[in-house]
Design a protein around this ligand. Sequence first.
Ligand SMILES: Cc1cc2nc3c(=O)[nH]c(=O)nc-3n(C[C@H](O)[C@H](O)[C@H](O)COP(=O)(O)OP(=O)(O)OC[C@H]3O[C@@H](n4cnc5c(N)ncnc54)[C@H](O)[C@@H]3O)c2cc1C
Length: 342
Amino acid sequence: MKIMHEVPLALYSTMRLGGKANYLVHVRGKEELLDALDWADRRELSVLMIGSGSNIIWRDEGFNGLVVVNEFPGYEVTNEDDKDYFIRVGAGENWDGVVARSVADNASGIEALSLIPGTAGATPVQNVGAYGQEISQTLDSVEAYDRETRNFIILSNKECGFNYRSSIFNTTAKGRYFITYLNFHLYRTHMQPPFYSSLQDYLSQRNITNYSPQNIRKAVYEIRTSKLPDPAKIANNGSFFANPVIDQDAFNELAARYPDIKHWPTNDGKYKLSAAWLIEKAGFKDMHDHETGMATWFSQPLILVNESAKTTNDLMIFKKKIVDIVQEIFNVTLSQEPELLP
Ligand SMILES: Cc1cc2nc3c(=O)[nH]c(=O)nc-3n(C[C@H](O)[C@H](O)[C@H](O)COP(=O)(O)OP(=O)(O)OC[C@H]3O[C@@H](n4cnc5c(N)ncnc54)[C@H](O)[C@@H]3O)c2cc1C
């Protein structure tokens, strides 16, 4: 175990901003994790676990404690037959690598989650989802270290409390569990229509009616690479704002003023608005802000890109410009998706 001192946290966020961590360690197994926690305990340091930083933004003040980077490896097929396919995956595995391997083994259930950046272990935290699939649909259980009881435990799918982009890991039990392994139950049956509209368009345009995991992965891969910046090359955190949800009265008022407002009715009688539509209408599409060095991505204004920003404060100034103008024009409050840490 090698504990590093005074580590620039910009290296551990795909937005490439933020201060330093007092201490940082990479852990590849349970023993290393326990050693690191023991080391931090003896110094009374706070501890944070991260994956590959694609959903976090570090404050300029940095983190006065120990950052533990989860690199637990492992991809084990625990059982399979002509109907089912079970895997146990190390939390530190690259998520897209896990998807690629399951697809190569003809298993379905996570193929639409292709190319989502980050580690496997972070996927339950915000119940990662895309193109009609969510991790909660196939995740059997989560293995984790419980910092409260100081034991390694297993949480069933139900105990994870999954919801849209949320779970106990980012709400009620935030910071309590360090996720070590994931157990998935995948299937031999294929995804079936109706598909998410851009996926359906892709398939229809190419007359693809064989919805094998390979074909769906290829489709999602091509759709995503055509419209999203690769965080390895362009600093960004994916969608920076969540789609806001408003009530019927607020929606009626907005729809009267903007008949083309992009929206989706929710199950509880409310309306989810497209944050990208609001930002674009507010004049922020492909916007390059010279004051802060931040920009919106040309094909998806929901993605904020760090072109030459120096600090997280620059990003926050740019964010405020967008939030304020959307509030002023539409009376809708945008909320940030990536987590500001610590
Ligand atoms: C270009 C781009 C596109 C994206 N597209 C999508 C998308 O389509 N759908 C979607 O849902 N998300 C998307 N995201 C967000 C991101 O990819 C996911 O949230 C991903 O799961 C984050 O993984 P990570 O390893 O980078 O986690 P990190 O950013 O390192 O951490 C995220 C959170 O999880 C916690 N955490 C991480 N690992 C562990 C662990 N082992 N145990 C306990 N807590 C942990 C951290 O403390 C932090 O709170 C996108 C991001 C980018 C940059």
